[in-house]
Design a protein around this ligand. Sequence first.
Ligand code: FO1
Length: 336
Amino acid sequence: MRITVLSGGVGGARFTLGLLALLRERLPDGSGGTTAEVTVVANTGDDMWLHGVRVCPDLDTLMYTLGGAVHPGQGWGRREETRRVSTDLAAYDLGWDWFTLGDLDLATHLARTQLLREGFTLSQVTDRLCRRWQPGVRLVPMSDHEVETHVLVTDDDGTSPRPERLMHFEEWWVRYRASLPALRFVQVGLEGAVPAPGVLAALTETDVVLLPPSNPVVSVGTILALPGVRAALAGSPAPVVGVSPIVGGAAVRGMADACLRTLGVETSAAAVARHYGLRSAGGLLDAWLVDTADSGCVLGLAGQGWLVSAVPTLMTDVAATAEIAAQALALVGREP
Ligand code: FO1
């Protein structure tokens, strides 16, 4: 069985961990793994150059989470992390003192940067780093080109016209906690970018495509913005099923609501479904899994042709997440 996941960072990584637990139980390979082949296409729009090293937050969150090394409380970065280097860097008043690069995490960025400078592509570098972490999936960056999500914000200082400035998504997200009103998101570098090798094939030569409860705007949305991705999904023989990142009118984690607001999308499970669009109406999704808290929207969506179901979707632990993954696959007749 082949499964493709389009993922951002923490939410997508947590979902994929549960998906793998389900597959190892339902489709065991006899040595603790699974016969299923899972490809995770990761958003790289959060990536940046910092202190001369290339940081790839979503790739690293997926690699560490699936490799068993992620900081359990944060959901990103390494467990048993220390901050000696970043503390000393702050003494030079260089870089982003509000963005913590842990000492162990820095080793990953140094390794990645060395390999990039030796001429390897981000895909090849990711394969190399995954040899160590063995995530149990094929982890692929959405593109080997640098595409960085920036946010156009305005400092409403009373002058007119109000000054606008473009800042890296991570500054808006981490430094300002998405509190500055965002006028729009800009994927810098998108025009020259193409999907990484294997990405389009992962969307068409697969049995099912899953959209986990990642940020629909800046994580999944950035992957979908790449030339050819939407067309590949539209033409794919595989059903496409998503899990709502909004439960009871609120973002489960992160600040997806701030991103949706920027696009003028209401923060609700139904609104995000419609934002992705129903495949038979020219959109992306065949099916949409919502939380029981949002069961009120099931009839409306079903009446418009959606395959939709309301189940508990809070990823409280791996077993709960495995059940969510099972429900999502069952919705499109692909439960293993
Ligand atoms: N998130 C934070 O809230 N604060 C940080 O200082 C921070 C540092 C960081 C370093 C490396 C990395 O891979 C991720 C990091 N993150 C941090 C998480 C990051 O903002 C998120 O994983 C995504 O980029 C947003 O979905």
